[in-house]
Design a protein around this ligand. Structure first.
Ligand SMILES: [Zn+2]
Length: 83
């Protein structure tokens, strides 16, 4: 079993806290006895949901641009048909 490097207690669980790592959501793992930070990492669950959300937002943006282009092309086609 692992020992905390600060208080030397055996660590079988850790306390999780949210932390920011730049613009990323992260988690810190702390000793449950002395609360020393044992490790900090990117939060894999938040990374997954942030990535999905970012891709969704980009797809919505591309879809809106395509709608605008289709509308513009339809207007041009109508204009040309009148001539
Ligand atoms: Zn400790």
């Amino acid at each position: 079993m692992s020992k905390c490097p600060k208080c030397s207690q055996f660590v079988s669980s850790a306390t999780l806290n949210d932390v920011k790592i730049g613009n990323w959501n992260g988690v810190s793992y702390s000793c449950p006895f002395c609360f020393s930070v044992l490790s900090i990492a990117i939060d894999p669950v938040a990374l997954k949901s942030d990535t999905i959300s970012g891709v969704h937002d980009e797809l919505v943006s591309v879809h809106q641009k395509l709608d605008a282009i289709q509308s513009y092309v339809a207007q041009i086609a109508q204009h040309l048909a009148r001539k």
